[in-house]
Design a protein around this ligand. Sequence first.
Ligand SMILES: *Cc1c(COP(=O)(O)O)cnc(C)c1O
Length: 372
Amino acid sequence: MVDLKSQYVKIKQEIDAGIQEVLDSTVFIKGGKVNDFQRHLEEYLGVKHVIPVGNGTDALQISLMALGLQPGDEVITPTFTFIATAEVVALLGLTPVLVDVDPATFCLSLSEVEKAITPKTKAIVPVHLFGQNADMEPLLALAERHGLYVVEDACQSIGAVYTFSDGRKVKSGCMGHFGCTSFFPSKNLGCYGDGGAIFTNSDELYAKARCIANHGMEVRYYHDRVGVNSRLDAIQAAVLDVKLRYLDEYIRSRQRAAAYYDEALRDLPGVKIPSRRGNTSHVFHQYTLCLDPSIDRDSLRKKLEEKGVPAMIYYPVPLHLQKAYRSDRYQDGAFPVAERLAASVLSLPMHTELDDEQLAYIVGSIRECVSI
Ligand SMILES: *Cc1c(COP(=O)(O)O)cnc(C)c1O
């Protein structure tokens, strides 16, 4: 599904030199490398503040903590996504309110969000799933009308550009009150361990979130609020500072592979290629097909596996049907789009190192296995 080895080999000298610099300095926590990366990421994103943290889940948790929400407050988030978003909401004693997604883009549906707003709603956490921004302009307008915070889960979408109707172009994660990303190795900007970051354009929210990420401490050993310990280490920052320079090139490689898949699979009966929205770029963290019920997904996966082609199901169970998140609020069938997607999506290999030969083999195998 991913080829981190070939990617590393191409930039080995720069990466190794960056890591060696950290080893020689023995400044493993905080220090120059982390500050450099933070500054470079702020420049890349065009955002006022970046706070490097331990991972993407922490980024979401710290952002929600910084908003000062109270137990019982409701946070709206999509049901078709990775668990982290709903998990941190629940951990903080807030109430996750799940909503269905748009069948074309897999991102949360604006009309469903609108229906889910109650007097207890305090925040919306859209997830820019698979690398394409949710439709942020109407979502931000809706949030503003109701006085709600917006925390973007940009863990899969770093570098994706959203164009507002006035022509303004803003990078993923830099549109809401906070944006959160993950540097998990397989993410579009991945380090060689765990890492994450929070983005914000607000000086006030920046100060709060930075303080929370550092034990709630402004002055050493004086704790103004309950915080956590979450930081990006210097070795990961050294890796990321090199890879950030290649991010746009990496995005183009992913988009090129996606275009190849599109062309080769567009006319294949029973297979729907991913939709693109006009007002956002798609950075293809995943390239995800929707299969017609006439295609047996499990047997297709098995046949592909026999040919050496991996294919994965992101995600097999929507959050409202997960054991830990079951609630009287939701019954089976509550979110028909998410349930249908969970039963029909299939993600193909997607990374920066796919060459034409590999792509031809993958699509050839799919066409063959689908038609058997
Ligand atoms: C990866 C991911 C996360 C969590 O990131 P970690 O760094 O693994 O904690 C959260 N949300 C989404 C959508 C993700 O893909």
